[in-house]
Write a protein that binds this ligand. Structure first.
Ligand code: ZN
Length: 161
């Protein structure tokens, strides 16, 4: 089982490289990412979160499940929605559970990329799925949701993580 990397690990702050090879290794990696995500009841997981600095993520949220390789996001509705958000890589040190905080995100986004067989993928989303796509894509740029919080809120989270 792949271990989930925790904030402070440099891989989470490193921009990930595009996936170039759509081979057996990639298919195995995607399976392992789903396993690692489900093991901790997660709803999304990006490559860097298991120490693989490659541009891909998996998700299973709001009845929608899938994976996207080399994702590119387009904002369809830039109205900002504030909702609770957490991250498997930012757990409370004592409970091991994600720390939630309200984060503003665009209401609607489309993600485009490729699947494990290099076929085009395009998913239009709103609500929690749109939030998930934005959160996971930011992981691929070495960003975390705490970066979007006011400084004092981010600091109080860092004290618990
Ligand atoms: Zn995350």
């Amino acid at each position: 089982m792949r271990e989930i990397r925790i904030i402070g690990d440099p891989v989470l702050r490193t921009p990930a490289e595009p996936v170039a090879d759509f081979d057996r290794e990639l298919r195995k990696l995607i399976d392992e990412m789903f396993q690692a995500m489900y093991a901790v009841n997660g709803v999304g997981l990006a490559g860097p979160q298991i120490g693989v600095s490659r541009r891909l993520f998996v998700y299973d949220i709001a009845g929608r499940k899938g994976h996207v390789v080399n994702p590119v996001l387009t904002v369809d509705d830039d109205e900002e929605v504030l909702d609770e958000e957490g991250c498997l890589s930012v757990p409370d040190r004592r409970t091991g559970l994600p720390i939630y905080a309200p984060v503003a995100r665009a209401a609607g986004v489309t993600v485009e990329g490729l699947d494990r067989l290099q076929r085009p993928v395009r998913v239009t989303s709103r609500g929690s799925l749109a939030r998930c796509f934005q959160h996971e894509t930011e992981h691929l740029d070495g960003k975390l949701y705490v970066d979007r919080l006011p400084r004092n809120e981010a600091r109080s989270i860092m004290l618990r993580a």
